[in-house]
Structure formats: structure tokens, C-alpha cells
Design a protein around this ligand. Structure first.
Ligand SMILES: Cc1cc2nc3c(=O)[nH]c(=O)nc-3n(C[C@H](O)[C@H](O)[C@H](O)COP(=O)(O)O)c2cc1C
Length: 246
């Protein structure tokens, strides 16, 4: 539900868009009621069962276009934060895995500071998952196996793009793509385009996982799992569970 402070009636989306298109660009009085399903007091054990449940519910929710889109925050050489969206490709007891160019800005930052934070936001469900922990690069064979599942055009684009580096023009980028297309003839095999040298996966092994459920009147539920042992995301003995104030 969308309404503004003091207004009795719910506002339509059209009204909201109209408001946003007026000046000032952001109307600070627009408010939403967060009334998602909350988190009970009896949450115990490891984070993975609840993460698995929330993931399944997000995937089933047709209002969520990309449940796998997550923000990855890293740290640059000056110690300053950086963040961007990537796609979550694996959630296993070992951690959260995404794939990218290992010489990109984030790749270089992770080489220097192998620690990251992730945020998955499932807006229509009023749910957020926050994760922090050390990051390791996945084995090259694992990255190659995933790369082979990608459509050929995405493989070619990854081979052609020196991600995060400047390029003079769109035309120059398209010439680089054409060169990679010609270099790897299309026989219909998923491995026609080999794994590029600067492409791989990163796995974040959480030492903190927070599940946040939006509730009315800003009295949200927050459950923090904090690592207390060396076990994985499915090992109850490795985690403490704490409820946090909203
Ligand atoms: C919805 C969405 C999904 C994305 N998924 C990925 C991804 O899985 N891997 C990736 O390298 N970049 C992905 N990107 C692009 C990144 O946000 C970013 O532009 C790129 O990785 C370069 O980031 P960097 O310069 O900080 O390294 C995605 C962007 C969006 C908006």
C-alpha cells in the first residue's frame, strides 16, 4: 500500500509516478506499509534451511522479476566501499557464488581484500537478506562448467569484454565481439568458446547472515546468524542466532 503522511486514501501508482516526475524528484513523504510474513522467535540452528525457504518463495513470487539479483559490496585500495549488482548463481552449504571477470574492478578489489557483503532485496515480499564474509575464487574447472551452460552470445561477450576498462566507442566493443565470434567457430558445442582467462567465480563463505522481514509501523523482524564455529551454512553447531532491533 502506498500513501502519504496525513493522507487518508491510498495513492495509485499513476499518482506516484506523477509525483516523482514533478520537482523535487524524490517526494520524502511517500511511505509504504511493510506487511510481509514475519520471523518467529523460535528461529534456531543454521541459516540454510530458512535461506532455502525464502529463496523458494522468492522464485515462486511472480512479482519478483530477478530473485537472483544481488548487490555485492567490496572495498577498494583506499579502504572505500564499492557496490554493484550481480546474479547469484549458487547457494549451497559452502556459500553464495557469482561469476564475473576476475580482472574487473571488483575482481581486482577482491584480490586485494578478499571480503565482501551481499544484499538480496525481494521488495514485493518486504524481505532482505544481508550476508558478509570472506570470498574465495572457485576452481577453474567449476567456472568452466558453469561457463559452458551460458548462451553462446553471452560467452562471446564475456570473451570480448575487458570488464570495467574504458572503451573508445560502442563500435570498438562490437568489433571485439566480432573478432571473438570469428575466433571460436560455432559447431553447436557448449564449449566452442573456452573459458576466458580472466573470467571466473567467487564464493562468499558467510560469517554473518541477516534475514530482514518488513513489518507494519517499522517494527521489522531481524534475525542475525553469526558464525561461532567452522561448519557450513547447514551446520547448526556453527551458528548463533540473535534477534536485532529494527
Ligand atoms: C541485474 C544485473 C545483473 C548483473 N549480473 C552480473 C553478473 O552476474 N556478473 C557481472 O560480472 N556483472 C553483472 N552485472 C553488471 C555489474 O553490475 C557491473 O556493472 C559489472 O560487473 C562491473 O562491475 P565492476 O566494475 O565493479 O567490476 C549485472 C548488472 C545488473 C543490473
Amino acid at each position: 500500500m502506498l500513501h502519504r503522511t496525513g493522507a487518508k486514501c491510498a495513492r495509485s501508482r499513476a499518482h506516484y509516478i506523477l509525483r516523482v516526475s514533478e520537482l523535487p524528484i524524490i517526494d520524502p513523504t511517500v511511505r509504504r506499509t511493510y506487511a510481509g510474513t514475519g520471523l518467529a522467535d523460535d528461529v534456531t540452528g543454521a541459516p540454510l534451511p530458512l535461506l532455502r525457504l525464502w529463496w523458494a518463495q522468492a522464485v515462486d513470487d511472480e512479482r519478483i522479476a530477478e530473485p537472483d539479483a544481488m548487490v555485492v559490496a567490496t572495498v577498494d585500495e583506499a579502504g572505500n566501499p564499492d557496490a554493484r549488482t550481480v546474479l547469484l548463481k549458487q547457494l549451497t552449504p559452502a556459500g553464495f557464488t557469482f561469476f564475473t571477470n576476475t580482472d574487473s574492478t571488483k575482481g581486482r578489489q577482491l584480490r586485494r581484500t578478499p571480503y565482501a557483503a551481499l544484499v538480496l532485496l525481494w521488495h514485493p515480499m518486504h524481505r532482505q537478506v544481508r550476508v558478509r564474509g570472506p570470498v574465495t575464487q572457485v576452481a577453474r574447472e567449476e567456472a568452466a562448467a558453469y561457463f559452458a551452460t551460458r548462451p553462446r552470445d553471452s560467452q562471446v561477450a564475456s570473451a570480448a569484454s575487458q570488464q570495467s576498462r574504458p572503451v573508445a566507442s560502442r563500435a570498438q566493443l562490437e568489433r571485439a565481439v566480432a573478432a571473438e565470434q570469428a575466433r571460436w567457430p560455432d559447431t553447436g558445442s557448449p564449449t566452442d568458446v573456452p573459458l576466458p582467462p580472466s573470467w571466473g567465480g567467487y564464493r562468499l563463505q558467510p560469517d554473518e547472515v541477516e534475514l530482514w522481514a518488513g513489518r507494519p509501523s517499522r517494527l521489522h523482524d531481524r534475525i542475525l546468524f553469526r558464525r561461532a564455529g567452522t561448519g557450513d551454512l547447514d551446520d547448526a553447531s556453527a551458528w548463533t542466532v540473535t534477534r536485532l532491533q529494527p
